[in-house]
Design a protein around this ligand. Structure first.
Ligand code: HAM
Length: 430
């Protein structure tokens, strides 16, 4: 039968030689989120399509062009999540998490799915670590989530990540802005792409986000939202900046930043690297004060961001950042016959119960091959069990670095004696 050797386009496997690096990045992100009082939410990989139509917005590229949508066998329209925010809101509303009081602080570490043309840093299945905070309308909440992202970036050692910041106002001030945008873009109607022409009436702000080079060039001259935001939104934006300045977070105001999803209000931000090519946004987010209501809940403030883990990995590679190697095997217990193999298995099991990384032969190898394997997996100590060792209930434990051997009992004291040898070697830095 023909071998199936290709993962679907735009997807990839995280293999054992890299999974340790992913785990470290995820651990840093989790610890940063938990330190700030966020708790993990895990939502389904698929949701009712309606959630994203209403949540993300039906004039966005994500909804118009990129969703993996299908009808299930029960005739329901289902979509693989293209992002994590809408699902987190749905879960909060469905479970009544808000009854425990505000703010509700959630984080997730998930795969997302968007049918895009794959290129470096742009995948069809990608990985997001996101945080969402509900019921916190103050500018300090915006600053807190931004500060968390900055801290994560610093803890990972990423260099030269710029923070772009903008305010896209609220529905009130945006109405005026939409009018100005529509007027401006109408002057270029013949040149805009088909999708953008259809957005003129429905949502002219989305044209600012179009990837077509012609539309992007036209968008450069478009009116800027900051010239239209109302006093309340301006004050909020100034307050966010005051908080960021208070903790020395550098940012650049980018009036062209509107983000690609419809739910944002007021503060929007993106973290950008110049080291990984065209897809330089390693994370982004903003405030979404209307989203909870739009999905059927009571009016509730919301703010969050998601980091793209795949792009973070690319930055780490581009910048040659090294992460700690995975733990290596501490002790390998080799065996010279079947009876010894049973004993090796039992002793290995005893060590596992005490949290020691230990291994023994599972492949029926001869002693020479077992020792070669112990070397390959980096075992710091080895023990060889044969007839004599079993008869005496005693074996030699060899420090592979120094060659030094120490006797250990194979009886009830085995783990204690093993630990004494290891800690003595560690104390002497052997
Ligand atoms: P987003 O900007 O669409 O925002 O995605 C967040 C991050 O996911 C991006 O900055 C990027 O690093 C990564 N990303 C997006 N698409 C791809 C792709 N096709 N391939 C690889 N990486 C990708 C959101 O998704 C919002 N839900 C973020 C948010 C949370 N806003 C508020 N709360």
């Amino acid at each position: 039968m023909e071998l199936i050797t290709k993962a679907p386009k735009g997807t990839f496997d995280i293999l054992p030689d890299k999974s340790n690096q992913w785990q470290i990045i995820e651990m840093v992100m989790r610890s940063e989120a938990e330190m700030n009082g966020f708790a993990e939410v895990r939502t389904p990989v698929f949701e009712h399509t309606e959630l994203f139509l209403r949540g993300v917005g039906d004039t966005t590229d994500v909804v118009e062009k990129q969703m993996y949508t299908f009808e299930d066998k029960g005739g329901r329209s289902i979509t693989l999540r293209p992002e994590g925010t809408a699902g987190a809101v749905r879960a909060m509303l469905e479970s009544g998490l808000y009854n425990g009081g505000f703010p509700v602080k959630l984080y997730y570490n998930t795969t997302c799915y968007r049918y895009e043309k794959p290129q470096a840093g742009r995948l069809r299945e990608f990985h997001q670590f996101g945080v969402e905070m509900f019921g916190a309308a103050e500018a300090a909440a915006d600053a807190q989530v931004i500060a968390m992202a900055v801290s994560t970036i610093e803890r990972l050692g990423l260099q030269n990540i710029g923070l772009k910041l903008n305010s896209i106002g609220c529905p009130t001030c945006r109405a005026e802005y939409h009018k100005a945008l529509k007027e401006y873009f109408l002057g270029y109607k013949e040149e805009l792409c088909e999708t953008c022409v259809s957005r003129l009436d429905r949502n002219p702000m989305r044209i600012l986000d179009c990837k077509s080079p012609v539309c992007a060039e036209i968008a450069k001259g478009a009116p800027k939202i900051l010239d239209y935001i109302c006093d309340d939104c301006r004050e909020h934006f100034e307050q966010v900046q005051a908080c960021l300045k208070a903790v020395d977070i550098d940012y650049e105001i980018d009036t062209s930043l509107v983000r690609g999803l419809d739910y944002y209000t007021r503060t929007v931000f993106e973290f950008v690297s110049n080291d990984i090519g065209a897809q330089g946004a390693v994370g982004g987010g903003g405030r979404y004060d209307g989203l909870v209501e739009q999905l059927g809940g009571n009016p509730t403030a919301g703010i969050g961001y998601a980091m793209g883990l795949d792009r973070i990995m690319l930055v780490m590679q581009a910048q040659g950042l090294e992460l700690p190697e995975p733990e290596k095997c501490e002790v390998y217990i080799a065996s010279m016959n079947k009876e010894a193999n049973v004993r090796a298995f039992a002793l290995t099991n005893d060590l596992h119960r005490c949290g020691v990384f230990a291994d023994c032969d599972l492949c029926g190898r001869g002693l020479k091959a077992q020792m070669k394997y112990a070397n390959k997996i980096g075992a710091k100590f080895t023990i060889v069990l044969g007839e004599e060792e079993l008869a005496q209930n005693q074996a030699k434990m060899k420090n592979m670095k120094t060659g030094e051997t120490t006797s250990v009992s194979l009886g009830d004291n085995f783990v204690d004696e093993y630990i004494t040898v290891v800690t003595t070697a560690e104390d002497l830095s052997l």
